[in-house]
Design a protein around this ligand. Sequence first.
Ligand code: 5RP
Length: 217
Amino acid sequence: MSSPKQRAAAAALAYLKPDTVLGVGTGSTVNFFIDALAAHRDRIPGAVSSSNASTERLNALGIPVLDLNAVGRLSLYVDGADEADPGLHLIKGGGAALTREKIVAACADTFVCIADASKQVSVLGRFPLPVEVIPMARIHVAEALRAMGGNPRWREGVVTDNGNDILDVHGLAITDPVALEQQINQIVGVVTVGLFAGRKADVLLIGEDQGVITIKP
Ligand code: 5RP
């Protein structure tokens, strides 16, 4: 029997474009997608990965992992989310892979987000907003985020694939995700904010107990 996350992951296969490279995100929902993709590996030259964890899983299933710089544009990016609002703006980074995820999303023609219904919210911010920071700037960035009304907490013991720290910002009601993403991007020492608003998802596939709902903004 498949779970809602598995159903959303399987539905994303319909967006696969034969003979093109796709981008692959990170997380438990994406792991289901990678497993399902293995049966289609002969239809694609390979995938660009957004994390060391996804690279390992793709390699284990015989799906070639390609360098983004050698590929350029991607036809498709499939990734999960921690929260999605009705406009398909996302919070991502629960798995600390937000920087590479944002880079891969930026290079994709179509971004398909896969999730279960627990990720749908009317306003982003119940899930603490992850911010990847250069380690020496952690306190400086935390103070700037506090001045913006947030309550940042250091995700102690977690080091990103890029060697950086994560601050999780609690207590934000994100009514203007595009503006907040730009504002946080301006703080010196911020590598990436886990708001995917300027480049949001194009399609959201919500796995349910019985089927999958397709949402477009
Ligand atoms: C990783 C992410 C994931 O997409 C997000 O945390 C959702 O994960 P899951 O599919 O396990 O619920 O942004 O950085």
